[in-house]
Ligand binder design. Structure first.
Ligand SMILES: [Ca+2]
Ligand SMILES: [Ca+2]
Ligand SMILES: [Ca+2]
Ligand SMILES: [Ca+2]
Length: 367
């Protein structure tokens, strides 16, 4: 046995020497190599196309972008084509709230319980008026069909039904998902780009998510009866995270889909959660609006610093959203039909859209 082990280690050494020799050869020339038990590793900066052959087969490696990192294995050797590490592209996903025309900007939009109409002033031009829902329904806007546009949708507490009007083909989807006392908490929990029907059951502290990706159910214990659901994507992985805000203590309990649980103290009793991505790093930020002083207290995810912005008064409805489409959510409030938006790039916007008693749709993305 000992002899075999020594032989193996000698073979390993010989193999290592061969690899070294081959690498030197390759440094001089990219011509074809042949031989038995060794590995050919090639790295080139530009120009696709390299061939190495030997023994019983030939492999072609294209070192251009499309085939970078491929590896062909077989017989007595391996050819690896590669590009240097890094250069990972991170695409900024556009997921603006209440964006009915899909241009990446939040649209001024309201639901009027008295007539069951949705009224949207599309930022790209035009007006959308659609009858969808009853006075006692709860609006649950979201992109359920993944066409980049918000769909009009309502949850009917009496029956636990969701009525969704898909913007892509104007077909109707009716889903039974919820029971009496449940709070609808739509979001893209499975990260397939489609909003999922979901409810929080305060009595049990349970979340019920109907996943769009596989029509399966997720049941998650997270929260207590007095908590307020604040589902959002706090870790920026494209999946909505189960989360609750505890008004009595100002604590946030996040169950982040990638980064795991986080408990944070941010706010006091009486504050309203206004989680949104104010710093534009694709992660929603823990934030509260304090009616008593009209301040927005934002905990920026990008640098863990605090922003305090005075914007609103005690009776205003906070309606954060990305109204100028720069990728950062903007502080905004709705006051009896007037919108006051502190746009992060385009400056202050004051506009009339809706009436007292209307429900501003951007408000439906926060509790
Ligand atoms: Ca989904
Ligand atoms: Ca997430
Ligand atoms: Ca952020
Ligand atoms: Ca903005």
């Amino acid at each position: 046995m000992q002899g075999e082990m020594i032989m193996r280690s000698i073979n390993d050494f010989v193999q290592g020497a061969k690899i070294g020799a081959i690498l030197i050869l390759l440094a001089c020339s990219a011509s074809a190599q042949s031989g038995g038990g060794y590995i050919v590793t090639k790295s080139v900066v530009a120009g696709g196309g390299g061939t190495a052959s030997g023994g019983t087969f030939t492999t072609d490696g294209t070192i251009g972008q499309p085939a970078a990192g491929t590896s062909s294995t077989g017989g007595s050797f391996t050819l690896q084509g590669g590009y240097w590490a890094g250069g990972t592209s991170v695409a900024k996903s556009i997921h603006s709230r209440a964006d009915f025309d899909g241009d990446g900007k939040t649209d001024l939009s309201v639901f009027r319980p008295s007539d069951g109409n949705w009224y949207a002033l599309k930022s790209g031009g035009g007006v959308l008026v659609t009858s969808w829902g009853a006075a006692t329904d709860t609006t649950v806007p979201g992109d359920y069909d993944h066409d980049g546009k918000a769909d009009m949708a309502v949850y009917r507490p009496s029956s636990g039904q969701w009525f969704i009007l898909r913007s892509s083909d104007f077909t109707v989807n009716v889903v039974g998902w919820g029971a009496g006392g449940d709070v609808p908490t739509a979001g893209d929990f499975d990260g397939d780009g489609k909003a999922d029907e979901a409810v929080y059951r305060p009595s049990a502290g349970q979340w019920f998510v109907f996943r769009s990706s596989d029509n399966g159910a997720s049941i998650i214990n997270w929260g207590n009866p007095t908590d307020v659901p604040v589902q959002s994507d706090y870790d920026g992985d494209g999946k909505t995270d189960v989360a609750v805000f505890r008004p009595s203590t100002g604590q946030w309990f996040l169950f982040r889909s990638t980064d795991g649980p986080l408990v944070a103290g941010w706010g006091i009793a009486g504050d309203k959660p206004v989680e949104a991505d104010y710093d534009g790093d694709n992660k929603d930020d823990i934030a509260v609006y304090r009616p008593s002083d009209g301040n927005w207290y934002i905990f920026r995810s990008s640098d863990s610093s605090a922003s305090i912005i005075n914007w609103g008064n005690a009776t205003d409805i906070p309606i954060p959203g990305d109204y100028d489409g720069d990728g950062k959510d903007d502080e905004a409030i709705y006051r009896d039909g007037t919108w006051f938006v502190l746009q992060s790039t385009a400056g202050v916007l004051v506009a009339s859209w809706g009436a007292a008693g209307d429900i501003p749709i951007p408000a439906r993305y926060i509790p």
